[in-house]
Every structure is written in structure tokens, then in C-alpha cells.
Design a protein around this ligand. Structure first.
Ligand code: DC
Length: 224
């Protein structure tokens, strides 16, 4: 029997991370933020001054990278080659750069393998863009989280503020729209809503309401 997977996909700022973490905690599942993995590779490319146009070098770099995700009492931490980059991966520079790294098939394949390995040992709540479509098409529960652009920009703005990073609301909104376009239109693994995913529009919903909704869908899906 394969471990249970709750796949949560959706655009940036729909509330995936906050909700996925809480659902994982409630169920005792491992939480996996796949966006953090794309961000970590992007940060490494920036640090090593590898141009985003150099696919060969980026792929080589990805093959030689260790990404570790830790989820414990200390919070959720992302390690890149042994270094804690949990905050460094959240800058706008990294956010913008991810589109290049995320559109390279060989890089996605490297990350898919790491992502699938998590299921060998743990039941998962995994969030991203292609979890229900590519990573785990056989996930037992698929959720597509959405929210209006305005709402998502506001949430991102507050999130940045929380970790003491500056952001301008209008700029964030524009960048979210651009990033949505790129996530949805890229040829490899675009953000799509799977027909078998439950669609939840979180605009105007509180976090506990969204969490409850997912828990109740989980309970229903395990009843038979
Ligand atoms: O969720 P996030 O904003 O941290 O994701 C960062 C970027 O990584 C985003 O532009 C899309 C990309 N991504 C992806 O292509 N596939 C995933 N499964 C997760 C994120």
C-alpha cells in the first residue's frame, strides 16, 4: 500500500503553504514545499553566477546539489548543500528567477525523484504546481487552491513583511500576474487544474476554514 498523499496545487499566494503545514500537523503527515526546492536551485544559480540561459550548466549544477527539508519543533527549514537558506530563498530576485529553472525538464526530473522518495517513508501533504498532475497522479486526495489576484498579492505582501523583507503591493500584484501566466503557459508541467482535484477558492475564507475543508475531504476519502 502506498502512503497517503494529499496533493495541493495552485497559483502563488493562494495560501498553499500555510494551509498545507496546518493540515500536515493535524494529520501527522510530512509537509513538503516543492516550491522551496525550485527556489533553492535558483538561489544556487544566482550565487554561482550561472546565467539562467545556460541550461547545460544549470542541469549540471542541479545534479550536484543536495536539498534537505526539515520539519520539526524549530519550524520548517530548507537546507541547500548543508546551509540554511530558509529566508534567502524568499527574495523577489529568487521568485523571479525560478521560472527559468522550473522550465527545464531535466531539472524537474531531478526534483520529481526527490519528491517521490518522500512517499516511501511518510504519508505526505505536498504542495506545488504539478503535484497532482506529474509528481503523484495517483495521489489519494488532490486539492486545487485558488484566490483572487488582489487577495494573493496582499497575502504575499504580508508574508514578506513578516520576515522583514520590503515589498510594494502593486509591484507584487503585477509580478503575481506575470508569474501566473508563466506557470500556466509553460510547456513543461504547467499549472493546471486536474479534473479529479477538489477546487477551493480561498478568497474570503479564513485559514482554519480552509484547513477544516481539506480535513473533511480527507476523512471522506478514507471512509471507503
Ligand atoms: O510556490 P512558490 O512560489 O514558492 O514556487 C516558486 C516557483 O517554483 C514558482 O514560480 C513556480 C515553481 N514551481 C514549480 O514550477 N513547480 C512546483 N511543483 C512548485 C513550484
Amino acid at each position: 500500500m502506498k502512503n497517503f498523499v494529499i496533493a495541493i496545487d495552485g497559483p502563488a499566494g493562494a495560501g498553499k503553504s500555510t494551509v498545507a503545514k496546518l493540515v500536515a500537523k493535524k494529520l501527522g503527515f510530512l509537509y513538503v514545499d516543492t516550491g522551496a526546492m525550485y527556489r533553492a536551485l535558483t538561489l544556487k544559480a544566482i550565487n554561482e553566477k550561472i546565467p539562467f540561459s545556460d541550461e547545460g550548466k544549470l542541469i549540471e549544477m542541479a545534479k550536484n546539489t543536495e536539498i534537505e527539508l526539515q520539519d520539526n519543533e524549530m519550524g520548517y527549514k530548507v537546507f541547500l548543500d548543508g546551509q540554511d537558506v530558509s529566508e534567502a530563498i524568499r527574495t523577489e530576485e529568487v521568485s523571479k528567477g525560478t521560472q527559468f529553472v522550473a522550465s527545464i525538464l531535466q531539472i524537474r526530473e531531478i526534483l520529481w525523484k526527490m519528491q517521490r522518495d518522500f512517499r516511501e517513508r511518510n504519508p505526505l501533504v505536498m504542495e506545488g504546481r504539478d503535484i497532482g498532475s506529474k509528481v503523484f497522479p495517483d495521489a489519494q486526495l488532490k486539492i486545487f487552491l485558488d484566490a483572487s489576484v488582489e487577495e494573493r498579492a496582499k497575502r504575499r505582501y504580508l508574508q514578506l513583511k513578516e520576515i522583514s523583507l520590503e515589498g510594494d503591493l502593486k509591484t507584487i500584484e503585477r509580478e503575481i500576474i506575470e508569474r501566473d501566466e508563466k506557470d500556466r503557459k509553460r510547456s513543461i508541467s504547467p499549472l493546471i487544474r486536474q479534473p479529479d482535484a477538489f477546487y477551493i477558492d480561498t478568497t474570503g475564507m479564513t485559514i482554519p476554514q480552509v484547513v477544516e475543508k481539506i480535513i473533511s475531504l480527507y476523512k471522506k476519502s478514507t471512509m471507503h
